[in-house]
Design a protein around this ligand. Sequence first.
Ligand SMILES: Cc1cc2nc3c(=O)[nH]c(=O)nc-3n(C[C@H](O)[C@H](O)[C@H](O)COP(=O)(O)O)c2cc1C
Length: 320
Amino acid sequence: MKRYQMTRRFLIFWTLFIGIGAVGGACAMLYDPTGAFMGMDVVLPYFQILPFADILFQNFVFSGISLLVVNGISNLTAAVLLFRKKPLGIKLGGIFGCTLMAWICIQFYMFEPNTIDTAYFLFGLAQALTGYACWVFYRQVSWKAETVDYPHIGQNPKTLVVYFSRLGRVKRLACEEAERTGGVLFEVRTTERTRDTLGFWWCGRFGMHQWAMPIEEMPDHLEQYETVILCTPVWVFTLCGPMREFCRRGAGKIRRAEYVVVHFQPWPSVGVCREMDRLLGITAEQRTDVRCQLGHYKVLHQEAARQDCSEEEPSMVEKE
Ligand SMILES: Cc1cc2nc3c(=O)[nH]c(=O)nc-3n(C[C@H](O)[C@H](O)[C@H](O)COP(=O)(O)O)c2cc1C
């Protein structure tokens, strides 16, 4: 909690510092577009190497508006979101650090190396790194807060809740399912790299090719459970690789299944349920399709099984 609060405060500092400075600079440019007010008229010739300079950079109007929008309003918006403890503020705060670095790169291109540009580039870097650290710490504390209160998990040995989760979104839903049903929780772990940016692309490769991803282990005595609830993310519009492997190895051992499919797209992911049905050789009793965006979950569809739907395009018959 401490680390998250500390980085959040630092990020507020950076967004305010850069945002207020940019608004001030932009106002001065717009107040006197010749630049004389700030003694900047002497640098206008340097702008002439930029594209469309004859239209955009004959005075400081365009530069002022750009500064206001790109570094001013943007950072102040992030600051407001951070004050209101919105996770989006953390992301934007970090992203606007990158924007500042990109902005300064243009200045590096125009001007000789100088202390102010170098300092602002480093400020941008510090802001981006603070944003990243803040996001990591935020995820840690928010997940902790979510996991403390599941007293019923494991009380019903007849139900198994299986999940694969890269970043904890599916895990949260799986915990809720296990809490609701009292089921035993089982995490599918893969031996492949799934963490970080490299892991994301690696997973994408498996998703694109619809490959199964090797998993560490299967639960003991899978056939003993009356119901197995499978919670999975969508990868590249298909079933995620580790769950594909789980379904392959679990085929014939699962008597009754329910699915919880999680993704960020605004439409249901019907193909994933169909693939799990096919791999397991059964028709799931219940299918829940959940959209997860920026930590917010929305059930798009919930469907009870129909006996004839395994061969057809499944139509969602019940909507929540
Ligand atoms: C490699 C990869 C590919 C993805 N492809 C899709 C996709 O095609 N459609 C979609 O809606 N979400 C896609 N997602 C997003 C995840 O399904 C979604 O963020 C899910 O909530 C992740 O849960 P987790 O963080 O618990 O693993 C993809 C995620 C990854 C890592």
